[in-house]
Design a protein around this ligand. Structure first.
Ligand SMILES: Nc1ncnc2c1ncn2[C@@H]1O[C@H](COP(=O)(O)OP(=O)(O)OP(=O)(O)O)[C@@H](O)[C@H]1O
Ligand SMILES: [Mg+2]
Length: 370
């Protein structure tokens, strides 16, 4: 019996004990996933990220009248030595369930192939609505944006504070916030860095995170903790409110960060100028202000000044009016040159979208476990 059959057998008895909710998770065969994705046809490809390509597919289950749509992530450059480790890590991630997290539906590990199966999210990602293929349709009205902000913060707070083990996402960005059929946020790709096998020297691992979302201390030292996620989430909130990208090209050689653009406007209390023009002025003023203040507090360059994700959830939900008033009176929002914020430096053009391990640092293993 191979490692996966052993693992799979364990799962079946486990699953019976854990009840119906967990039964949706299973091990897939490669043959099944080939059939579901039309042999990983280029036309089925949803996109490509740091770990491989994602394909749309459909499964025909004999017991179901309709087909089920899935998204299959085909990991690249995988080590065939880390079978059990891979299976164990996927199993841990599969247990993490929350209404605002995209949970795993299963995996496949045969030969050199490692694939992860998710539910297909029909409204794709936040990225596609803000800057991509759906941006012209203007489907993100203010209510949807607010509910995406609150939902995503809830999902990340669950990862940080409630899931066992605690999980640091390390790659919060617009393409990792997927939208279900009701435009509810589902945060994807959490805990992915953990799937990188130990000692797999030929696997090109990269420090998680995309430039523009990376907390300065993580970019410099490679030390990830919850507050790095809070920073990235702050950038994401600014992006959601303004429709701007985390880094904007000012000239051939210089880019400006979204925080450097937003902070002076906030200091002058020009919140309306921060709103995405696509909203056509249709937003709730108080909520816009709340979202932007929270965003900038999260994206503080000093990690100790950032709120926790639980605090972010409460702030976004408007639970505490006093706390919000406190935020508004922070020194940070009095002068754009406030000492404890960004150093104001624009980002040089020659930086690549990803910071890779080739650039000399390696994230610590096991650091996201609490
Ligand atoms: N379950 C899904 N349903 C619909 N679209 C998806 C799903 N999973 C991923 N995608 C989309 O497929 C594309 C590729 O995803 P992938 O996660 O590989 O890359 P990424 O999110 O751009 O980067 P990263 O590797 O850092 O996560 C993205 O546009 C993503 O939003
Ligand atoms: Mg992704």
């Amino acid at each position: 019996m191979d490692l996966y059959s052993m693992f799979c057998c364990g799962r079946v008895s486990d699953r019976r004990e854990r009840g119906k909710k967990q039964q949706t998770w299973r091990v897939f065969s490669l043959k099944e996933l080939h059939a579901a994705t039309n042999n990983f046809n280029y036309d089925n490809k949803l996109g490509e990220g740091g770990f491989g390509s994602v394909y749309w597919g459909q499964l025909w289950d004999g017991s179901q009248v309709t087909n089920m749509q899935i998204a299959v992530k085909r990991l690249k450059n995988w080590s065939n030595k880390a079978d059990l480790e891979f299976a164990v890590e996927v199993e841990i991630l599969a247990r993490v369930r929350h209404k605002n997290l995209l949970s795993l539906r299963g995996y496949c590990a045969e030969g050199q192939e490692r694939l992860i199966v998710y539910d297909y999210m029909p409204n794709l990602s936040l990225l596609s609505h803000l800057h991509g293929q759906h941006s012209a349709e203007c489907l993100l009205d203010w209510n949807r944006r607010m509910s995406i902000a609150v939902g995503a913060s809830d999902g990340i707070a669950y990862l940080h504070h409630q899931s066992t083990p605690h999980i640091i996402h390390r790659d919060i960005k617009a393409s990792n916030v997927l939208l279900d059929s009701n435009f509810q946020a589902r945060v994807a790709d959490f805990g992915f860095a953990k799937l990188i096998p130990d000692g797999a020297t030929h696997v090109t691992t990269r420090v998680k995170g995309t430039l523009g979302y990376l907390a300065p201390e993580y970019a410099m030292l490679g030390k990830a903790n919850e507050s790095c996620d809070v920073y990235s989430f702050g950038i994401l909130l600014l992006e959601l409110a303004s429709g701007r990208k985390p880094l904007e090209k000012l000239s051939a050689t210089v880019k400006r960060s979204i925080t450097d653009w937003a902070l002076p406007l906030v200091c002058e209390r020009k919140f309306g100028e921060l709103a995405d023009p696509k909203l056509n002025g249709k937003y709730v003023e108080e909520e816009l202000k709340r979202l932007i203040l929270v965003a900038l507090v999260c994206a503080n360059s000093l990690p100790e000044k950032r709120p926790t994700m639980l605090e972010v959830v409460d702030l976004l939900k408007g639970i505490s009016k006093e706390k919000l008033a406190e935020l508004e009176n922070l020194e940070l929002f009095k002068s754009p040159q406030a000492a404890d914020y960004n150093d104001g430096a624009s980002v040089a053009e020659d930086s690549s979208d990803f910071i890779s391990e080739e650039k000399d640092f390696k994230p610590e293993k096991n650091e996201e476990r609490g």
